[in-house]
Design a protein around this ligand. Structure first.
Ligand SMILES: [Zn+2]
Length: 422
C-alpha cells in the first residue's frame, strides 16, 4: 500500500488537473446553439421551405471539427469596402485556371462553429504550394456583390433585411443567430458580399468580359475559394451556414447580358453539386428556369431533407441522385458517369458551374459518405471533359462545404489539379 500511495496520489492529482483543464476549455469555448440543436435529424418533406422540425446541417455524431482559435488564424479585423479593384488580367500562359479568393472571407467568424475561418486559412496556405507547383495564378480580389447582383436570385425584401442586419451588426458586440446553424458576426457583411462578388468576377473572367493585358488570354476555368458557403441559401432565407447563394448569383450574372457585350452572355447554365448535402437553394433557384440545369449527388437522409430522385424541376431540368449512408467511390462515380453527366451533355450549357463541397470525404465530421481525394479529382476531371464538349471548356467552380480541415486542404488541391490539367 505504501508503494502504491504516491501513484494513487499522482492519479488523483492528474484527475484534478484534467478537471480544471476541462473547465477552462468549456469557459473558453462554450457549446454553441449549433451543437445543442444539431444532435438530431428530422427529415423534411420536399417542397416545404420551413418547419419547426427543420433539420440542422450539423450532426455531431462523429468527431467534432477542431475549434478555431482567433489567435492562430490571423483573422483580419472586419472592414468596410474601400471599393472594387478592376478585373484582373486573369489568364496565365501556362494554365487555363485562375483561382479567385480574399482573406476578407476569413472575417466571418462564429466561435466554435465548424464553418470556421480555419477552413479558408488552410486553403490559402495549401493553394500557395499548389499554385507554385502547377503554375496557375491566385488572384486576391476586392470584388463585392451589388444589390443588383443579389436580387437576381434573392427576394428584394430578403436582401434589404440582410443589409439592415449588417448595419445593426456594426453596433452590436455579440453574434446574431439567424437560425440554429447560421449566425452573423461583425465580419459577415464583408465576407458574404465579397464571396458572392468574387463568383461574379470569376464568371466575368471566364466569359471573357474582363479587360486583359496584351498577350493574355481569359481563363477557361476558375475556382472561387470563398466563404461563407451558399448552396443552402434560398431566395428568401439564409440557412445551413449560407447567407447569399454565391454560385447562383454567379449563374444569374452569367445569364444577364452586359451592355455592349451581349456575345458574352451564357444563355444556358448547368450547376453541378457534389457537396454531401443537397443544395436546396441551388435547386430552388433553378427549378422553374428552363435555361438552368441543376444536378446533385448527396447523402440521404441528411440535412436539408430535400433532393429526392422524384424532384425533377418544372422543365425536367433537375436531377437528384441520393446516396445512402456509407456509400463510397463506386456509387458516387456511377451516379455521375451513368446518370448526371449524360444529362449535362444533353442539356448543352454555355457555362458549367460547380457547387464544390468536399464534405463527402470519409473524414468529414458532418456526414457519412466514404469518398476521398481521388474521387474529387475524378469527378472534376469528368465535369471538365463534358464542359470541353459542350461549353468550350468554361467551368466556374465555387467552394461550398468540407469541415475536416486537413481533408478539405488535400481535396481542394486535387480539385485544382484536375481544373488545371484537363
Ligand atoms: Zn455540405
Amino acid at each position: 500500500m505504501l508503494q502504491e500511495y504516491p501513484l494513487l496520489c499522482q492519479k488523483r492529482d492528474q484527475a484534478l488537473i484534467a478537471l480544471v483543464l476541462a473547465a477552462l476549455l468549456f469557459l473558453s469555448y462554450p457549446p454553441s446553439a449549433v451543437m445543442f440543436k444539431s444532435l438530431f435529424y428530422f427529415p423534411r418533406a420536399s417542397g416545404s421551405s420551413s418547419s419547426l422540425h427543420t433539420p440542422s446541417l450539423v450532426r455531431w455524431s462523429r468527431h467534432v471539427a477542431p475549434l478555431s482559435s482567433p489567435t492562430e488564424l490571423q483573422t483580419p479585423r472586419p472592414r468596410r469596402f474601400a471599393g472594387a479593384t478592376p478585373l484582373p488580367g486573369a489568364g496565365s500562359h501556362d494554365s487555363p485556371l485562375t483561382v479567385f479568393t480574399s482573406s476578407d472571407c476569413l472575417g466571418h467568424h462564429i466561435l466554435g462553429h465548424p464553418e470556421s475561418p480555419q477552413r479558408l486559412q488552410q486553403l490559402l496556405n495549401t493553394s500557395v504550394t499548389t499554385s507554385r507547383e502547377l503554375g496557375f495564378p491566385v488572384h486576391h480580389s476586392m470584388a463585392r456583390a451589388t444589390k443588383d447582383n443579389l436580387e437576381r436570385v434573392h427576394d428584394r425584401k430578403y436582401v434589404e433585411r440582410m443589409y439592415h442586419l449588417f448595419q445593426e451588426m456594426q453596433e452590436r458586440a455579440s453574434p446574431l443567430p439567424l437560425d440554429g446553424d447560421t449566425t452573423l458576426s461583425q465580419g459577415t457583411e464583408v465576407a458574404a458580399l465579397r464571396a458572392a462578388g468574387i463568383v461574379v468576377q470569376a464568371v466575368d473572367a471566364v466569359l471573357g468580359r474582363a479587360p486583359l493585358p496584351e498577350g493574355q488570354t481569359a481563363p477557361r476555368r476558375a475556382f472561387a475559394m470563398v466563404r461563407p458557403p451558399g448552396h443552402h441559401a434560398e431566395p428568401d432565407k439564409a440557412m445551413g451556414f449560407c447567407i447569399f447563394n454565391n454560385v447562383m448569383v454567379g449563374c444569374a450574372h452569367a445569364q444577364s447580358p452586359l451592355h455592349g457585350m451581349a456575345h458574352t452572355t451564357a444563355a444556358r447554365v448547368a450547376v453541378l453539386d457534389f457537396d454531401v448535402h443537397h443544395g436546396n437553394g441551388d435547386q430552388a433557384m433553378c427549378w422553374d428556369h428552363r435555361d438552368r440545369f441543376y444536378a446533385s449527388t448527396h447523402q440521404a437522409p441528411l440535412f436539408p431533407g430535400t433532393g429526392a430522385a422524384t424532384e425533377t424541376g418544372a422543365y425536367d431540368n433537375v436531377v437528384n441522385v441520393p446516396l445512402v449512408h456509407g456509400a463510397g467511390s463506386q456509387e458516387f462515380r456511377a451516379a455521375w458517369r451513368d446518370v448526371i453527366l449524360p444529362r449535362v451533355t444533353a442539356f448543352a450549357p454555355d457555362l458549367v458551374m460547380i457547387s464544390a463541397g468536399f464534405d463527402g470525404h470519409w473524414r468529414d465530421p458532418l456526414a457519412n459518405l466514404a469518398l476521398d481525394e481521388a474521387d474529387f479529382y475524378w469527378v472534376t476531371k469528368e465535369i471538365v471533359q463534358v464542359a470541353e464538349t459542350v461549353s468550350a471548356g468554361r467551368v466556374v467552380s465555387v467552394l461550398e462545404g468540407g469541415y475536416d480541415i486537413e481533408a478539405l486542404g488535400s481535396s481542394v488541391s486535387e480539385h485544382l489539379r484536375a481544373l488545371h490539367e484537363s
